[in-house]
Design a binder for this molecule. Sequence first.
Ligand code: HEM
Length: 229
Amino acid sequence: MLVGSALITLASIDYFDLDRLPPFAIEKLPLRFKTLWLWSLRVHVASAVVAFPLCLALMTRWLQRRTVWHRWLGRITGALALLALVPSGGVLAFDAKGGPVVTVGFLLSGLIVAVGVIAGVRSARQRQFAAHRRAMRHVVAQMSVAVTSRALLVALDVAGIDPDTAYVVALWGPVVASAIVAELIGLRLDDVLPELNPFVGQQHSKRQRWGENPTQPDPGLAHLGRSPR
Ligand code: HEM
């Protein structure tokens, strides 16, 4: 995912040339709100290049154990997603290749990210860590659509699928699949392989996991919430 995100960013450097319209913009002309669209594209790419790798880093056990870092990087990433990535993606969605069906797909994906960030922050503050993990999995899953969707688009092109159909399939397929996978991974991590989940107290049984009983103190997660209520 990290490599995919880096490749997408490298391919987008052109978008920051203020004197020249990038080919991606030229093929969309005439745009209804050209200036708004162009600046949304720049804000979108600039926020994505920071937010997506940070999201991936926040999912690692290493960073989850560095409690202060996890909290601060989480705040920065959440703010970037809510204030820059999702709103700019929302503006771009209305002129997306593939028409209204693709527009709705992008808006749905952005909505899942926004709801996920808000729900994830709220549950962390309430020390509901199972809910926190679940919400943030959905955020990362939808961000990964940027990579999986482009990969699928290339594959459909190679397979000779008509571009109009390909845009719809390459967006909706990954959006829906990512939401399902985010749920399934959660079941698997929490119920089948608890030892892989840094948030799960290893000495506790399945029913006593941290986050599912907020009255229990959680030594590894003091960073994610305030004092237990
Ligand atoms: C909240 C999740 C996201 C939403 C709703 C979203 C939405 C969009 C939309 C609607 C477009 C315009 C597509 C078109 O006109 O055909 C776009 C373009 C773009 N997005 Fe996102 N996006 C999201 C996340 C990301 C992430 C995580 C990355 C980086 C890894 C990214 C990188 C880009 C780039 C580089 C473009 C420019 C088009 C291109 O060069 O292919 N986006 N995005």
